[in-house]
Design a protein around this ligand. Structure first.
Ligand SMILES: [Mn+2]
Length: 421
């Protein structure tokens, strides 16, 4: 069933696309998605959304009053190509509508097997209701990450090499147009990784004696280009996309990741006070990252408060990919984490986050599009030694490399169930 992009899209069209793509994930021929939405239609969607995103500033401000009135904001953390879980999230949280907006806090693609499906659905929702859907950039919406963690290859497997080569640069153009942060009402800030350094610093100061940047600087900052390396003009973008909170006071280079900063409670409090904020929601760390940082709160429910100052505000982590990552090495630890989305309400000035947890949907068997032995979580940024692997042999049809990775038990159960029927 081939679908065509005819603008303006309708909600019915988007639902039909969502359902058709879901059904297709059970057919074991990933390439068949191009029979639902052809490369030409994907190009149309990319072009339409890029036009909207380019008009959005680095820092998007939504107020929820005046002409722009909404009562609720649903915030979503990393989804990482886990399409079935994204559909469940919409079932639980509802869809964007007049009184309800959605902010997706980056990392839509990579790792999971259905980054293309997640991206197409979110882009369709953005095209349908640009004012009610804000898509923020994550560190995976970059050339570096998508070359290493699967999305580039997924695109060429699902659309073929020739069309893939045409679509990938268009995807990167979209990435480069995504805003970096969203301020909701007057007291809440949403961004993917965390706080960032001041644009006023010299290169040397930025490295040795950094200080915090301001929202005014973020507003004027570059969105980072296709591949923010975190220096010079893309320093603020690199920081916003890659930074992490730490339990002790301090502000320094993020040694863990090789890009961005680590910032402590004192720095969060300083930023909250300077900007008159009460809430910062960031994402970026799943159960694997937090397993390696036991000094920080657990993210096993999909939501945690990292820096808490009571009435003076807080900084939270929100992660929306349950049972993440989809593929692990055969001997690796599966975390079986829950995911969460968060609801912000006008009644509490959009600064009291109410999390809803949910479990993973059973996944059909699928292919892993990246090398799993690429050194753990996306701990390392673009300056590391990690480089895209040599092209893997991927059998587009049957997935003959199944022995190389391990999916969750449910996928295997599903395979078994199917073999029996
Ligand atoms: Mn991330």
């Amino acid at each position: 069933m081939a679908m065509e992009i005819a603008l303006p899209l309708t909600n019915e069209w988007v639902r039909k696309l969502a359902t058709a793509m879901e059904a297709n994930t059970h057919c074991s021929v990933p390439r068949r998605i191009s029979k639902i939405l052809s490369a030409t239609e994907v190009e149309k969607l990319f072009t339409a959304v890029a036009r909207v995103l380019k008009r959005e500033k680095t820092l998007v401000r939504v107020r929820g009053d005046g002409d722009d009135d909404f009562d609720e904001v649903v915030v979503v953390g990393d989804t990482h190509g886990q399409y079935h879980d994204v559909l469940k999230l919409f079932e639980l949280a509802g869809e964007p509508e007049k009184k309800k907006m959605f902010v997706f806090n980056g990392d839509f693609v990579d790792r999971g097997a259905w980054g293309v499906e997640v991206l197409l659905l979110l882009l369709a929702r953005k095209a349908l209701a640009p004012e009610r859907v804000i898509l923020l950039r994550g560190n995976h919406e970059t050339e570096f990450c998508t070359e290493c963690y699967g999305f580039e290859r997924e695109l060429s497997v699902k659309y073929g090499k020739t069309a893939g080569r045409r679509l990938y640069p268009m995807f990167l153009e979209l990435c480069a147009a995504l805003p970096l942060a969203c301020k909701v009402g007057d007291a809440t800030l949403i961004l993917h990784g965390g706080l960032f350094r001041s644009a006023s610093l010299s290169k040397r100061e930025a490295a040795t004696n950094p200080k915090l940047g301001t929202l005014a600087e973020l507003e004027k900052a570059s969105k980072g280009g296709a591949d923010p390396i975190g220096e010079g003009r893309s320093m603020i973008a690199g920081d916003v996309l890659w930074s992490d909170p730490i339990p002790e006071d301090g502000l320094h280079h993020n040694e863990n990741r090789g890009i961005g900063i680590q910032f402590g409670p004192a720095q969060t409090l300083e930023f909250l006070r300077n900007e008159n904020l009460k809430l910062i929601i960031r994402s970026h760390e799943g159960p694997d990252a937090r397993h390696d940082r036991p000094e920080m709160p657990s993210i096993m429910s999909g939501f945690c408060v990292d820096h808490d100052f009571g009435e003076d505000g807080k900084l939270c982590t929100l992660f929306s990919a349950p049972n993440y990552p989809q593929f692990i090495e055969v001997d690796d630890l599966r975390h079986n984490n829950l995911a969460s989305f968060v609801t912000l309400s006008r009644a509490t000035n959009f600064c009291d986050p109410v999390p809803t947890s949910f479990d993973a949907v059973p996944r059909p068997p699928s292919q892993c599009y990246y090398e799993l032995d690429l050194n753990g979580s996306d701990a390392e940024g673009p300056e590391s030694d990690i480089r895209p692997h040599e092209p893997l042999h991927i059998d587009v049809g049957e997935g003959d490399e199944g022995a190389r990775w391990k999916e969750d038990e449910l996928s295997h159960k599903l395979t078994l169930d199917r073999d029996q029927t």
